[in-house]
Design a protein. Structure first.
Length: 306
């Protein structure tokens, strides 16, 4: 250790192993955060719900999903390179590959170049009509990394805008008209999840790690969380009634599950001080998973029989 430190004084010593260190992914794979890929799998194919999709349409949606996976992974690499010093001061993010010293910046840049090449191929395959949401996503994240992530409120709206672009990418791939109420539902739901994450970060690390947190307080975040939950409910019900093609029975049939899932998330954030990883919360919380399973079953029944 002494020889290595003298030879490379700028390389930080490895951070102490965090929870789950025995199950750590290889550093290059951890850098692109495969645990966050379900964001794309859940949002991009949404326009296929309730539609009879042909094979070529499904292939284009799969390609759009892959393009967003590549784009988001590339964004993670760029952000981790830019935020490496700040991440080292965070109790959780200091275990990331670059911040912990498990991976060199040179290797991260090489991996980013490979992803950029694959993404370029995917965008060419999608064509101009299908690639603009991905390009918009990259531009939005460039603005986020440059400045917007430090500005309260704009930081959460920028991240939520990335999810709206994912949804629009799905519509561009299918060629179907955009469902406005579904767009509103996705926007407000994503704001809810991101604000819950900000509330968790505020309690765990204060404002030192993320400057934008200085513009938030727990009370303010509780207020906007409730507002976003209400708007998500309204948007979801209006989408079911006006855009999904389901009968009037579908809304009251599935609404209790959606409401329960929202209440459960608010409970996790405000009572249990959770929500630091929204994807993990949505996929691994057993109560949430049961609500989603029941909701999916009722929605499928409504599509088939009502």
């Amino acid at each position: 250790m002494t020889l290595v430190s003298r030879a490379r004084p700028t390389t930080p010593p490895p951070a102490s192993p965090g929870p789950g260190a025995r199950r750590r992914l290889p550093a290059p794979l951890a850098l692109v955060r495969p645990g966050q890929w379900p964001k794309n799998l859940l949002v991009v194919p949404l326009p296929l719900l309730g539609a009879t999709a042909q094979w070529d349409t499904a292939v284009r949606v799969a390609l759009a999903t892959a393009a967003f996976v590549l784009a988001s992974s590339l964004v993670y690499i760029v952000n981790d390179i830019a935020d490496v010093e700040r991440d080292r001061r965070h109790p959780v993010k200091r275990h990331r590959p670059l911040a912990s010293g498990r991976l060199r910046t040179r290797t991260a840049l090489a991996l980013g170049a490979l992803l950029a090449a694959l993404l370029t191929w995917a965008l060419i395959a999608l064509g101009s009509a299908g690639s603009w949401p991905v390009l918009g996503y990259l531009a939005l994240n460039a603005a986020y990394s440059w400045r917007l992530k430090h500005l309260p409120l704009l930081d959460v709206f920028t991240v939520a805008g990335g999810f709206v672009l994912r949804l629009l990418g799905g519509y561009a791939a299918t060629g179907r008209p955009v469902a406005g109420w579904l767009v509103l539902t996705v926007l407000t739901l994503c704001l809810l999840l991101i604000l819950g994450k900000r509330r968790h970060e505020l309690g765990v690390s204060g404002t030192g790690h993320r400057p934008a947190l200085a513009g938030y307080s727990a009370h303010f975040l509780d207020l906007v969380l409730v507002l976003c939950a209400a708007l998500t409910t309204v948007g979801y019900l209006l989408h079911l009634r006006l855009e999904s093609g389901l009968t009037a029975v579908a809304a009251p049939l599935t609404a209790p599950c959606a409401l329960f899932a929202l209440f459960r998330y608010l409970q996790i954030v405000t009572v249990h001080s959770g929500g630091g990883d929204p994807v993990r919360t949505l996929l691994l919380d057993r109560v949430m998973a049961a609500a989603f399973a029941l909701w999916a079953g009722l929605l499928t029944t409504a599509h088939l029989f009502l």
